[in-house]
Write a protein that binds this ligand. Structure first.
Ligand code: PMP
Length: 408
């Protein structure tokens, strides 16, 4: 049809269905399909009780919803039997759990932690903290301007002292996919553990913890259309069992005396306090919906739109797109600058045209320093976006310099 937002998926999203908003900030958080909103509501309407605590029927039902969600996440990640899924609030909390629990208890002075230069602050600050507190050294894995991590860079970053490697599967700025399986092999050779930040990959591509060789892997529910406040940490059971708890208190113990406690088994040892059961139930539905759409369809739609956006942006004078020249190496993420115009002005002008994008340094300041770019604007595409929306983005960006008072 000629409807401007004709996309078979768009109508599944209440916020988008009735709204002309051009939402190009899905890398920050994805919109929610009606079925996810319905699932979260269903939990409170039908199953609401404190899970893990009571022995009455309703509490058992609530517990079952959490465990069903855990199973769905396990399958989604292709977790092996010797791996476990822990529910957290978000990627940030998952990564902090690994840093505070594994990092502080297992690393020591002289050890090396490798992080890539393109890490989101959530996968950098926890490791800076571990380095400061243990005397371990933080080493940066460098990339090219297109985000490429070469074997040479890998060889430079790794040493016999490497004990932990923390890397994004997909960059939230460049959209590039990192060679995680290769990094995993190098980590394994040195007996180092690998922590993967899958916040930007899990919504777009199958994430297989076994194929990636991840010891730990984190993602956020809200970026793959689930509710906010539910996140996942996958970890190898063998490591998790040896680790001290991160947060302590209720729900994570077997027994407590005046002076001590016996902790519950993994994964409960790491789920202190009441878990976000409704969020977990909503996340399970988001995974079901995403898999029903299918990663192939998601990829096809994103690639078509990304190709159109990248080619269009490249033709606008004074506009530069960060990262690879190839649309298939962007994972729907287009971060760009407009010469002489601050990204805050860029996003304000786009906002006036009804287009939502993100501006700033995108929680990845070391990458911006490396690229010698102060800040940039990020348009991020998901499969519910349309060609008409990309056309509107390109029209709006093409008019920015003139609106700011520049001639041609
Ligand atoms: N890592 C990456 C690569 C991200 O893009 C984000 C979200 N911007 C995060 C971590 C943090 O996610 P959250 O805010 O959900 O904890």
């Amino acid at each position: 049809t000629n409807h401007p937002y004709c996309n078979p998926y768009r109508r599944n999203f209440p916020l988008l269905a009735e709204n002309p908003l051009i939402y190009l900030d899905s890398a920050a958080t994805a919109q929610k399909p009606a079925c996810v909103l319905q699932a979260e509501r269903e939990f409170y309407e039908r199953y609401n009780a404190n899970p893990m605590r009571g022995f009455y029927a309703l509490s058992v039902e609530a517990t079952e919803r959490v465990e069903e969600a855990r199973k769905a996440v396990r399958r989604f990640l292709n977790a092996p039997p010797e791996g476990e899924v822990i529910f957290t609030r978000n990627t940030t909390e998952s990564l902090n759990l690994v840093a505070y629990s594994y990092g502080l208890s297992r690393l020591k002075a002289g050890d090396e932690i490798v992080v890539s230069i393109m890490e989101h602050h959530s996968n950098l600050l926890p490791w800076q903290m571990v380095a400061r507190q243990t005397g371990a050294r933080l080493k940066f894995l460098e990339c090219g301007a297109d985000g490429r991590i070469t074997q040479e860079r890998l060889n430079e970053a790794f040493s016999e002292r490497t004990k932990l490697v923390a890397v994004a599967h997909v960059s939230n700025v460049l959209g590039c996919e990192n060679p995680v399986a290769r990094i995993a092999a190098m980590a394994k050779e040195r007996g180092a553990v690998l922590v993967v930040d899958a916040a930007q990959s899990a919504p777009h591509m199958p994430v297989d913890v076994q194929a990636l060789g991840a010891d730990f892997l984190a993602f956020s529910g809200h970026k793959l259309m689930g509710p906010m406040g539910i996140g996942v940490l996958y970890g190898r059971r063998e490591l998790l069992e040896e680790m001290p708890p991160f947060l302590t208190g209720g729900e994570m113990i077997d027994s407590v005396t005046r002076t001590g406690a016996v902790f519950a088994p993994v994964p409960y040892k790491f789920e202190a306090g009441t878990v976000n059961a409704a969020g977990a139930w909503g996340l399970k539905e988001a995974i079901r919906y995403l898999e029903a759409v299918g990663f192939e369809a998601v990829h096809r739609q994103e690639l078509a739109l990304t190709t159109m956006a990248l080619e269009g942006l490249r033709q606008i004078p004074h506009v530069k797109v960060l990262g690879s020249e190839k649309a298939e190496e962007h994972c729907g993420i287009l971060t760009f600058t407009v010469d002489g115009v601050h990204p805050h002005d860029v996003s304000a002008i786009l906002d006036a045209d009804g287009i939502a994008v993100r501006a700033g340094n995108h929680c990845a300041q070391p990458l911006f320093d490396f690229l010698k770019v102060n800040a940039a604007t990020r348009a991020s595409i998901y499969f519910y976006n349309t060609q008409e929306e990309i056309a509107a983005l390109l029209r709006s960006v093409a008019g920015i310099r003139r609106k700011m008072g520049y001639g041609e």
